[in-house]
Design a protein around this ligand. Structure first.
Ligand code: UD1
Length: 426
């Protein structure tokens, strides 16, 4: 199993380019199965999750080639209507296959995903979407079993207790484009990744209005055609580089970052005293001292993203003063806190909230990555810590960051990947 070993204390400087957005690529890869002809998708990040999704599409019968960030999907042989437990357990986004299975093949048998390290993650809203379009849905032996019994467009409200759902919006949208009649999705997610999915579906011939608002109107069409498309840059990867530049009191240019998709993050960085501006098509982030404390709450887009919470907590661990972080999307998403504390951070937890009292220094330590963004946060913390931080279980980071150590090395970080041989048991 690989580890990342970081010697902290090097100021990051120079330029880095963000890859395509994982959370846009995953639904778009699945949506390729909605068409009858092949799609060519560019700027697909080469990650554990996108490779896994390519495997999922192959397991469902599609022909898939993935090379140099370009993915070719030929859906003409898509014929399998089951996504087993092992597939969905490894990657929750596999539930997106519900939409092409039900609309193109007439039935679906998809394992319920279960919980994950960041807390309970129900899929009731995905099921509400299916049912509102008239599908016959049953839960049997840990599986969602759905049949297309004359599905027809309808109205659905997709707001859950913590706001809109990205996954349920994507799944329902993908179902509605091939369902006859008009579908209205209220409480839809407004995330840029949903706008990107809408862009791809419209290029394929779908009729959708309202992308980027909370109401999506879809007029079902009878078929879609494959097209060429390019995925948007990853705003969360960009924000992670912002945090890395700031925590090392560095000066970096991040290419591909779109300021208009990162407004809540940029506002917070301004409050923390970090210099950030768009310059010649890239974003410059610079910081010449410890950040000021700042409080924030995670919210659906355009609010502060939960996927940036852990990386910003790393930064606030070294801030001058006390910050309060409220997590409203995944109230239990604080597993990284115990690892930060082992590095000398002062963080106390109460339900859904972390109080971070800034300290002058973090100290490097062996730490354990628990999920994707938590591992990115440990990398950010390690870049500024005294001594060596040895991050175990980095397969989590490989799910969502392409060549993270190479990109950080390019910015002057002292980081290397080390392979730990598997223990030999007699
Ligand atoms: C997506 C992102 C993930 C990000 C999350 C929130 C992908 C592949 N993953 O996950 O990185 O952290 O958005 O921005 O795009 N909920 C329900 N019922 C449902 C579905 C969700 O109550 O049926 C709740 C969730 O528990 C959570 C909130 O709604 O509290 C938002 O979840 P959702 O937007 O669906 O997250 P994902 O699409 O799984």
């Amino acid at each position: 199993m690989d580890r990342l070993v970081i010697e902290g204390g090097y100021r990051l400087h120079g330029e880095v380019t963000v890859s395509g957005a994982k959370n846009a690529a995953l639904p778009i890869m699945t949506a390729a199965l909605l068409a009858e002809t092949p799609s060519i998708i560019h700027n697909v990040p080469d990650l554990r999750d996108t490779r896994m999704m390519a495997e999922v599409l192959r397991a469902l019968g599609a022909k898939v080639e993935f090379e140099n960030s370009t993915l070719k999907v030929d859906p003409s042989t898509f014929s399998i209507t089951e996504a087993p437990y092992d597939m969905v357990r490894k990657m929750r986004a596999s539930v997106y296959v519900l939409a092409p299975m039900v609309t193109r093949l007439g039935e679906a048998r998809v394992s319920l995903p279960g919980g994950c390290a960041i807390g309970a993650r129900p899929i009731d809203l995905h099921l509400r979407g299916l049912e509102s379009l008239g599908a016959d849905v049953k839960l049997e032996h840990g599986y969602i079993v759905a049949r297309n019994e004359k599905m027809q467009g309808g109205e659905v409200l997709l707001t859950g207790p913590n706001g809109s759902s990205v996954g349920a919006t994507a799944n329902t949208l993908m179902m509605a484009v091939l369902t006859p009649g008009t579908t209205t999705i209220r409480g839809a997610a407004k995330e840029p990744e949903i706008i990107d999915l809408v862009g791809y579906l419209k290029a394929m011939g779908a009729q959708i209005d309202g992308a980027g608002t909370s109401t999506l109107k879809i007029e079902g069409v009878s078929k879609l055609k494959g097209v060429k498309y390019s995925i948007i840059p990853d705003r969360i990867e960009a924000g992670t580089f912002f945090a890395a530049a700031a925590i090392t009191e560095g000066d970096c240019r991040v290419h591909g970052a779109k300021l208009d998709q990162l407004e809540s993050v940029i506002d917070k960085m301004g409050e923390m005293g970090v210099y950030i501006s768009a310059e010649n098509g890239s974003v410059r982030v610079a910081c010449d001292g410890p950040p000021r404390a700042a409080s924030f709450r995670t919210l659906p887009y355009p609010g502060f993203p939960t996927d940036m919470q852990a990386q910003f907590m790393a930064l606030l661990c070294l801030a001058d003063g006390q910050s309060v972080i409220t997590e409203t999307i995944y109230p239990d998403r604080f597993i990284h806190v115990s690892e930060f504390v082992r590095m000398g951070a002062k963080v106390t937890l109460s339900p859904g909230q972390a109080i971070v009292q800034g300290v002058p220094k973090l100290s490097g330590a062996p730490v354990m990555a628990s999920d994707l963004r938590a591992s990115a946060a440990l990398v950010v913390a390690g870049l500024a810590a005294d001594g060596v931080t040895d991050i175990h279980r980095v397969y989590h980071i490989d799910r969502g960051y392409e060549r993270i150590e190479e990109k950080l090395q390019g910015l002057g970080a002292n980081i290397r990947r080390v392979q730990t041989p598997r223990p030999v048991m007699d």
